[in-house]
Write a protein that binds this ligand. Sequence first.
Ligand code: GLU
Length: 272
Amino acid sequence: MKRTKKLLLAFLIPAVLAVAGVASCEKKAQGDGGARQSSPQIDRIRKADVLKVGVKSDVPKFGLLNTATNQYEGFEIELSRLIAKQLFGDPDKVAFTAVTAKTRGPLLDNGDIDLVIATFTITDERKLAYNFSTPYYTDAVGMLVKKAAGYTGLKDLNGKTIGVAQSATSREAIKTAADSLGISVTFMEFSTYPEIKAALDSGRIDVFSVDKSILNGYLDSETEILPDAFSPQDYGVASKFANKDVAAYVESLITNWLNDGTIKGLINQFGL
Ligand code: GLU
């Protein structure tokens, strides 16, 4: 009897100590915003020694490729660099790929990029195909028109043609707003924003519609952004649907940075 008790203790004490040790490590990892988390998916990124992020190249203050320096700059670029810093201890270990509304999903699906941080609006439909973090920014759909046209808002656009990007949320947002005003508009879809701007300049369309942040990149002396704003657009960091560990890791970082003011600081830094 005495021997059995001794044996039991000999096994139990190390087991209890081991469990306690694991628990304290886990607590530490959570305190770091999950930064020390490890999993095969995250280890694969660490092994590659670079975080591959799909960003916009034509959205000032969010993701813009500065042609003078050949460097990306903006809020979403800095967010990518912060994630790389957590992963590798080095914010420069990030490779940017320019994406559009049409290409960002397929690039995630085929594994060319690890994350999309590119004005990607969180929608219920998209959540069925990709993981999204908690929103880090909220924009709204707007309209860019020629100043000379004299439009003041959507109410003046009955019978007009609106240019939108394929795979963007803009068409549905404008359609819903037009329906509620009782006016009818026609849509023309394009694959890139420069094509929509060219169509506006040449008069093929009357309005270029997308999120206001994106329209800012196409504003010039001949055009203006109307004050109307439709359908809030919550931007989230997206990852491949199967990469749940990557999504959980990113989520812990984003929520930490929302709570500790890091994201607010970046929003202020870029004057958003
Ligand atoms: N943010 C909108 C969307 O996700 C506009 C398109 C874009 O981001 O390029 O559909």
